[in-house]
Design a binder for this molecule. Structure first.
Ligand SMILES: NC(=O)c1ccc[n+]([C@@H]2O[C@H](COP(=O)([O-])OP(=O)(O)OC[C@H]3O[C@@H](n4cnc5c(N)ncnc54)[C@H](O)[C@@H]3O)[C@@H](O)[C@H]2O)c1
Length: 318
């Protein structure tokens, strides 16, 4: 467990993503410092980690002693200079805004030791646009954790034009050491890999609903009750191999020309936004969200993700 020369990870920005990222590094045995704008936010982050760890204990993924040890490895520090002064890796998880990220990364770069590696958890900003601000573009990557970061294994590690090979190797090794499944994205493309795939599906879903082929509810049923189930064990290209690439090739020949290729969000989607149907937060989006339905789905999702983490753990022990 652990990677030689790596002991301390600082997470700058301890909101929705940052607190979960800090948790996974602490679970993996690293000393973690959480940084945020004030102590109140840092307290909320620690409370969130405590709740997450309780879920892990309930799901038999951690013993109560492991959960206590994880918490003991986490400290908070609102002063950025003190938070990063001896970090081996700093993960930036602040607001998704290029200028403010550049400013934060610049300050981190000027305050942490020469050897420190920096990673931004941006959802989609360009690694090359951020890199110069760090003052150490050779030791900078995007490390895109997926939400919720304590439950989803994938981390996309995006290589910048100036990222050193040794940085990629170190970051990948550290992520593997905490049980994550890193994938190196070799080029600075919008949306990285995962969101490009997700949004290709989303675009087709919108096209199908707009054309009256099925309802929004039907889209979710089709995905959850068919290939969504398979995808957790066999990815789309594995599935093509299993079913025969020749079959996929002949379907691609007639289907590709018919698939949605809209370059702007669809009219009915624009209309939905204009009507203020922005989703669970207002009780209406593509669908209605009465009562606690969203919370029940979130809890069911988290239980399922915990079950998958157990499956991963059992198969890696085999
Ligand atoms: N929410 C998601 O599903 C998701 C998924 C993957 C990646 N991301 C990315 O992760 C990053 C964080 O997103 P989030 O959803 O956790 O946002 P969030 O608003 O929940 O958290 C951001 C945190 O950063 C803190 N912060 C802002 N400026 C700071 C500064 N100068 N110094 C220290 N702390 C500062 C804020 O106080 C806040 O606690 C964004 O870049 C986002 O795009 C989000």
């Amino acid at each position: 467990m652990g990677v030689e020369g790596f002991q301390k990870v600082t997470v700058v920005g301890s909101g929705l993503m940052g607190h979960g990222i800090g948790q996974v590094f602490a679970q993996g045995g690293y000393t973690v410092v959480l940084n945020d704008l004030d102590d109140e936010r840092l307290q909320r982050a620690v409370d969130g980690i405590r709740r997450n760890l309780n879920l892990f204990v309930e799901g038999a993924l951690l013993t109560p002693a492991d959960a206590a040890n994880t918490l003991a490895r986490i400290s908070t520090e609102a002063d950025l200079a003190r938070a990063v002064h001896d970090a081996d890796l700093v993960v930036e998880a602040t607001f998704e805004d290029l200028e403010s990220k550049r400013a934060v990364l610049g300050r981190i770069g000027s305050l942490c030791p020469e050897r420190t590696l920096l990673a931004s958890n941006t959802s989609g900003l360009s690694v090359n646009a951020m890199a110069p601000a760090t003052g150490r573009p050779d030791r900078f990557v995007v490390a895109h954790f997926w939400n919720p970061p304590h439950l989803i294994p994938l981390v996309e590690v995006v290589r910048g034009e100036q990222t050193a090979e040794s940085t990629i190797t170190r970051v990948v090794d550290v992520l593997r050491s905490i049980g994550k499944a890193p994938v190196v994205v070799q080029k600075d493309v919008l949306g990285f890999v995962g969101n490009r795939l997700q949004y290709a599906l989303f675009r087709e879903a919108l096209g199908l609903v707009q054309n009256g082929v099925c309802t929004a509810e039907d889209i979710d049923t089709v995905v959850k009750m068919s290939f969504g189930r398979r995808l957790t064990t066999a990815g789309p290209l594995e599935t093509a191999d299993i079913n025969g690439t020749d079959l996929f090739y002949s379907i691609s020949q007639y289907l590709f020309p018919d698939l949605d290729n809209s370059s702007q969000p669809h009219a009915f989607f624009k209309e939905l936004i204009a009507q203020g149907r922005t989703g669970v937060k207002v009780g209406r989006g593509f669908r209605e969200w009465p009562g606690d339905r969203a919370e029940r789905i979130r809890q069911a999702r988290d239980r399922e993700l915990i079950r998958w983490l157990k499956v991963d753990r059992e198969s890696s022990a085999e």
